[in-house]
Design a protein around this ligand. Structure first.
Ligand SMILES: Cc1cc2nc3c(=O)[nH]c(=O)nc-3n(C[C@H](O)[C@H](O)[C@H](O)COP(=O)(O)OP(=O)(O)OC[C@H]3O[C@@H](n4cnc5c(N)ncnc54)[C@H](O)[C@@H]3O)c2cc1C
Length: 403
């Protein structure tokens, strides 16, 4: 698999997840010179191959909602926009928030967020318990006051999407090498000069570092500190009985502390919200399979939403890594010496934004002022404590990323 790298290119993209693939494609489409994407393993070997790939647009902040909703258009029209198939399934997506008892203050927030999202063109409505029962007859909502429903959202097959984005990048002219690792970024005091790799050194004037939780180690080779840590998060796939109602909806359920979606016919994927089940790990040494107790923990949590889930059978599952930043929002922008960009720290919520991030990063590099303004809030030197929205929810469970 590993081949030698060219001696010189205009752009080196490090990391073959959805971000690297989308950026490489857009740089090529914009004619920004020669492009080499290096992936140390396989395309989609990182979070992009282990994700739930739920496509939620419900964010209380405008910058992330905009990226999510712009990307949804691409996922929905993948064949025309990218080429091939990303396995998009429109299930509609429910986001529950705690709104009962002590959490009543989330009700006006949800109203404001829904209005804000609608003004961005998102097809979303705020719904009460009775409306929810009609939207998903397979679920029980005794513990929910209000939720939102995005009718056009759903999920994709993440590996199919990332691979076809990578193929589209090569069609547009980018060169992709799997099995080639970046070992060091090379720079003078003022600008990037190249990348040292496991297959030799390549000279370049632009590096886009999109290596998820492995980005900090590479940024450190040019003296840049990225505040990104690796958090291990698990998902489990269950088979549900054919004789019980089967939920066809996608959920980010802040009340039951689960995120879930159909996983083919008769199966449901479930992940858990809750800091206590997410461990901070060394990204190079972590357990890829489910912990022994995870299926039972997950089954119990899902039972709160889906009566009868006690009879579901655990099939398989895995763990992946969230690249967490201090505020749960990504870092996107130029850092350090001229020519160096970082696109990482998506904090467990990046897949849905990948196509739009590719467009925005390539556009900003090309000098597009609108794309630059869109990416401004994601800069590395921001204040990590300032809320991103006046309507930020109060949550009962920690999902890692924000809402
Ligand atoms: C369990 C789980 C569930 C998730 N659920 C959702 C969800 O429902 N919706 C959503 O939007 N997001 C979700 N996410 C988050 C989402 O998957 C990520 O934010 C997104 O995939 C990140 O893409 P990326 O390209 O930035 O990183 P990655 O996909 O991690 O890609 C980074 C790549 O860099 C490569 N690399 C590392 N070091 C080097 C090196 N030295 N040289 C070359 N290559 C290198 C890695 O091998 C990897 O392929 C989930 C994540 C997990 C783990």
């Amino acid at each position: 698999m590993a081949q030698g790298v060219p001696t010189r290119v205009d752009n080196v993209v490090i990391g073959g997840g959805i971000m690297g693939a989308a950026i490489a494609r857009q740089l090529a489409k914009r004619g920004l010179g020669s492009i080499l994407l290096i992936e140390r393993d396989l395309i989609a070997a990182g979070a992009s191959g282990r994700t739930g790939a739920l496509l939620r647009q419900h964010y209380s902040n405008v910058p992330e909602a905009s990226l999510a909703s712009r990307s949804l258009n691409t996922f929905r029209n993948w064949n025309e926009a990218v080429g091939g198939d990303c396995g998009f399934v429109e299930t509609g997506l429910i986001v529950t928030m705690p709104t009962l008892g002590d959490f009543e203050d989330n009700v006006p927030r949800m109203r404001s967020v829904t209005d804000q999202l609608r003004s961005l063109g998102v097809s979303i409505e705020m719904v009460d318990r009775d409306q929810l029962a009609a939207i998903d007859p397979a679920a029980s909502f005794d513990d929910v006051g209000y939720a939102t429903f995005e009718s056009a959202s759903g999920y994709v097959d993440a590996i199919a999407a990332t691979r076809s984005m990578a193929v589209a990048a090569t069609r547009a002219g980018a060169v992709i090498l799997e099995g080639v690792a970046a070992t060091r970024i090379l720079a003078t005091d003022s600008r990037v000069t190249g990348v040292e790799t496991s297959a030799g050194a390549v000279e370049t004037e632009r590096v886009i570092l999109a290596a998820g939780p492995w980005s900090p180690a590479l940024a450190a080779t040019i003296g840049i500190h990225l505040p990104i840590t690796a958090q291990r998060v698990q998902i489990a796939i269950f088979q549900t009985p054919a004789t019980l109602p089967h939920s066809a909806r996608t959920y980010v359920d802040n009340v039951a502390a689960i995120f879930c979606r159909p996983w083919g016919v008769g199966r449901i994927m479930v992940g858990l919200g809750g800091g206590e089940v997410h461990d901070q790990v060394d990204p190079d040494h972590y357990a890829w399979s489910n912990d022994a107790g995870f299926p039972e923990l997950t089954r119990k949590a899902a039972e709160a939403r889906f009566p009868g889930f006690a009879q579901a059978r655990y099939l398989h599952g895995h763990a992946g890594l969230y690249d967490m930043t201090p505020d749960g929002h990504p870092i996107i922008g130029p850092v350090g010496p001229d020519g160096c960009w970082v696109v990482a720290g998506f904090s467990g919520a990046g897949f849905k934004k990948g196509p739009a991030v590719g467009e925005a990063v390539a556009g900003a590099i090309a000098g597009d002022l609108i794309e630059r303004a869109l990416l401004e809030p994601f800069r590395l030197d921001r204040d990590w404590h300032t809320p991103w929205s006046p309507f930020e929810y109060r949550l009962a469970h920690d999902f890692g990323h924000g809402f």
